[in-house]
Design a protein around this ligand. Sequence first.
Ligand code: FAD
Ligand code: UDP
Length: 422
Amino acid sequence: MNGVLRTAEPPVSGTVGSALQSVPIANPGDTLDGFVPPSVHQRQSFDFMIVGAGFAGAVLAERLASQAGKRVLICDRRSHIAGNAYDHFDDAGVLVHRYGPHIFPTNSQRVVDYLSRFTEWHPYEHRVLAEVDGQLLPMPISRATVNELYGLDLKDDASCAEYFASIAEPVEQVRTSEDIVVSRVGRDLYNKFIRGYTRKQWGLDPSQLDASVCARVAPRVSDDRRYFTDSFQAMPKYGFTRMFERILAHPNIKILLNTDYREVIGLIPFDRMIYTGPIDEFFHLRFGKLPYRSLEFRFETHAREWAQPVAVVNYPNNHAYTRSTEFKHLTGQDHPKTSVVYEYPTDNGDPYYPVPRPENADLYRQYRELAETTPDVFFAGRLATYKYYDMHQVVAQALSVFENIVATPKGVPAPELVSVTR
Ligand code: FAD
Ligand code: UDP
């Protein structure tokens, strides 16, 4: 059984999934009589070469093709489109996310409107429990969390705010991820929920990371048990990869997979480039390597319907892995078996997370300055702009980069686009 997800979806016409497929294919019995080989000028040339078929690359390819009539070649060194958002059916027929759980909350109506052209949505509100002191407790830390952890009976937001104020540790200037948590809820909660998880995830103490990292899971005084409070919370109804197939299904877009752009750069003519890979790699590590944190994934399929009570369980204090994710909670798939992934953080492997701390921001700035003197190359996405962006932020950034490209004449370097908010 392949699950209920994709079966009801109509097929997408277009050019997805094959490489440079405008070359005619000969049939048995065809002769070469009358065949004229294309001259160099007749050969396919592209207005844009896009490196990377993740959110940044795919959105830009779609905008350039459909709104500006540009001919685009999008290439990826992986064997699939969708970048880190790639999902697929595993051997048991369960829809899984190859690069860890991807959930789609956003407050941006612009981003929702844009993506809704390519997908319908499955409503989903994400829930995470953290294993602490032998209990499974709601994360982020909330009134519900402290009531359950300490056996309290805080009845409303005001009493919880008062309680947090009584245990908070004053911090003169909030700079780090330790500061932001202890200044709001004190050291015991910090030690139980944040310190161990963060050290595992980043290989760094929270005091060595920007406040923005743990601000993502800011404590709240309400008893809202959802992980996110965004106005829009849903998953693409037929999965992320299906949505990407539709984004890229334009006759002006050709897709080249299993190909590092450096293998083809001298072979395929193009005018301008959009680069969405790691920016330090683009410049041959000229100023040194920018740190990106990686993960190893261990997938398991169980011959029972459910494995855990919610989509994600975090393990701040036990195990080498940070969290386990059971995909069916996210996708809504109906299946008698279930698949779970465990994430093991590491410094080696594919670059997944930029590491937000001041010295890395300084190093990135040097690469950014170089990018700003490099004409006809636009940098977009999480790795190329070294920002800990979620998917909706990458989409918003790509939509803005498109406007920037349209406004930038050929031969002129483009300034960096600043700040995409949550
Ligand atoms: P990517 O998706 O990384 O795409 C870049 C592509 O460029 C890659 O496919 C790569 O193979 C290709 N590439 C790089 N260099 C080359 C080269 N030289 N030649 C050819 N191709 C190249 N976001 C959320 O909103 N919600 C979540 O729940 C969430 N969970 C996440 C969980 C994990 C474990 C991770 C790692 C990320 C998560 N994210 C989540 C973030 C999300 O994955 C990113 O915001 C988004 O995928 C970034 O898109 P992108 O296009 O910038 O980069
Ligand atoms: N975090 C933590 N404990 C948790 C969950 C998160 O300390 O139970 C911290 C940790 O530093 C993590 C960061 O908050 O890297 C951001 O968490 P998020 O779930 O947003 O991470 P992502 O999904 O991007 O891996």
